[in-house]
Design a protein around this ligand. Structure first.
Ligand code: COA
Length: 334
């Protein structure tokens, strides 16, 4: 059976840096509160007229293709993970197909929020294992600064989230014991309302139109039950990482690098302690980018890879938790 291997990584973040002191000007918050509770010092916000979710994804994908030293024309399929697509429909994958001037290959969008990238990687891995495709682009891209309430009412969320994109090129290999070893995906829809953007939606369309006509506000901003999400996250991260290690008969001490979804620095640190990992074995960049949801893992993976912290033969674990609820992991022999 074929195996799938990440042969290239890339990322793109908008040039516009928004520091915590910039946020202090917009809402009732402080640098001290943000750093202590979330670990974030700055984040990137998109530039209107320059950045879109799909073109950021395309830029990250081009960098991943360059890194893999292959031509875009070699891509057989595109998987695009985002919670912030530019259109209600169609998805962003088809826009990337066009922006990369590719043949009429298939393009699939994934809506699994912070776990979207690992879900996408898992789908790609199955396509490669069955022999259906040989080379797949998996992309995560988000513009969240545009959907946040940037007044003091939205401060608990607006300070955490940021914009950015990351991508990997996955390719079939016959090499034994290398590439993606296993992927693990979970969901728990009973907690859907704990981290959500409710509108616009098919469910509430008539009410939204009426509220707009009446001059009232629609329920368009994200809602997060922060404390509940925090507790769930610390539990699920450790659980799903252990699931991946157990399946492959490894211990946490066998890991060379853990790339956790950049939800909140305190969550990553809690997970690191629970697994007994040293600082050099966990990649965190939430300090610079905030939580970029579906893009956070491929951005972090690309940074760690280019920094020479992930090398051939290394055991790498990706892990995520987010809205859905969804959580997932992937264990990779690089
Ligand atoms: N600046 C200043 N004060 C803020 C604030 C901000 N940006 N956001 C909230 N506060 C205030 C609250 O109003 C509250 O004030 P009060 O005590 O006077 O009522 C106080 O800070 C504590 O708020 P609380 O929501 O209880 O804080 P917390 O310790 O739970 O931290 C989060 C809030 C969001 C940082 C935290 O819950 C968290 O990280 N949750 C998980 C988030 C996450 O990872 N989401 C992504 C999942 S993928």
């Amino acid at each position: 059976m074929h195996r799938s291997k990440i042969i290239g990584t890339g990322h793109y973040v908008p040039d516009r840096v928004i520091t915590n002191s910039d946020l202090e000007e917009m809402m009732d918050t402080t640098d001290e509160w943000i750093v202590e509770r979330t670990g974030v010092h700055e984040r990137r916000w998109f530039e209107a007229g320059k950045d879109t979710v799909s073109n950021m994804g395309t830029r990250a994908a081009k960098r991943a293709l360059d890194n893999a030293e292959i031509q875009a024309s070699e891509v057989d399929f595109i998987i695009f993970a985002t919670l912030s697509p530019e259109y209600y429909f169609p998805g962003c994958g088809v826009l990337v197909q066009d922006q990369l001037n590719l043949d009429t290959i298939g393009a699939l969008d994934i809506r699994n929020q912070c776990s979207g990238f690992i879900y996408g990687l898992s789908v790609a891995d199955q396509f490669i294992k069955t022999g259906m495709y040989k080379t797949i682009l998996v992309i995560g891209s988000e513009i969240q600064s545009n959907i946040m309430d940037k007044s003091s009412d939205g401060r608990a969320m607006a300070v955490i989230f940021g914009d950015g994109a990351g991508a990997v090129v996955l390719r079939a290999t016959e090499e034994e014991g290398t590439g993606i070893l296993s992927t693990h995906m979970h969901s728990q829809g009973k907690y859907a309302a704990e981290l959500t953007v409710k509108e616009p939606s098919t469910l509430h369309k008539d009410q939204i139109l009426k509220r707009l006509i009446d001059g009232a506000e629609a329920d368009i901003y994200p809602y997060m039950n922060g404390k509940f999400i925090f507790k769930q996250a610390v539990e699920r991260f450790s659980e799903v990482i252990h699931e991946a290690l157990d399946e492959n008969e490894y211990q946490p001490s066998d890991l060379d690098m853990l790339i956790p979804h950049q939800a909140n620095l305190r969550i990553s640190q809690f997970t690191q302690r629970a697994l007994g990992l040293t600082d050099d074995k966990v990649w965190n960049n939430i300090q610079k980018y905030g939580n970029t949801t579906g893009a956070s893992i491929p951005i972090a993976l690309d940074e760690a890879h280019r920094a020479g912290k992930i090398n051939d033969g290394d055991l790498v674990c990706l892990a995520s938790f987010g809205s859905g609820l969804t959580w997932a992991s992937a264990l990779i022999r690089w």
